[in-house]
Design a protein around this ligand. Sequence first.
Ligand code: BT5
Length: 243
Amino acid sequence: MPKSFTSIIHLDTVDSTNSYLKRETHPAGTVVYTFNQTAGRGRHERKWLTFADKNLALSLLFVPEEPISNTSWHVAALSLALLNVLKGCKVQGARLKWPNDIFVGDKKLSGVLAEVTRQGKSQRIIAGIGVNVNATEEDLSEAGQPATSILTESGKAIELNRFTGLYLKELAKWTRLLESSRGVAIIKREWLKHCPILGRTIRWDSPQGLVEGKVVRVDDEGYLIIESEGREHCIVSGDVTMV
Ligand code: BT5
């Protein structure tokens, strides 16, 4: 088992690997995964489709020593780990899309959902990733937005246990980095390399309505700072599209 994890639980089926970790008591570093998630969740109560025995749904429990104010770098660790595995799977041109997606061209291949709960005085971060591994174009047409998979991009299916092993090995590296003192700086640098958002004009679906502005920086907590009509806005969450 990779050193960063305390246990790795494989479930034949589960409603949602994030929900599983939320309702159970497990130590920090527990990973749970399945190839048959029946009620996968996205952000804002959206659905995440898994397609039985074709895709991976995996969640990891973090219990940080100090409370954190946002989960951007945890999300980034899960995504960056996947980007490295995708290279080995001959998927060309994968990139990150703020805040939580992996895209190839204009199609979504993976999404991450991070949720924060409390247990006594501890903060628990449950970060879950859904990866389209062997889903076919026909499956993906149900996703409600352009979507793709490793199979569709590379033309080759990959055995799910093998894929999960490769992903866990990478994830262990990024998780260790996240917990090291210089880790966040390295994750931020790598994230910026793969998420070409600086200087771009974006449209942000804010609680007050649509805001269009240029991304001037990403702060150390992973928030996007955009400039719009002479004012800076800090984007904490929500959906953004490039203009
Ligand atoms: C996400 O939400 O992209 C986060 C997805 C996280 C799923 C993982 S699986 C393990 C863990 N357990 C869970 O229950 N969840 C996590 P969001 O950015 O809100 O995107 C959701 C939208 O993506 C949906 O409204 C659909 O349009 C689209 N979608 C659903 N399934 C998809 C799929 N398999 N591939 C591509 N797009 C999909």
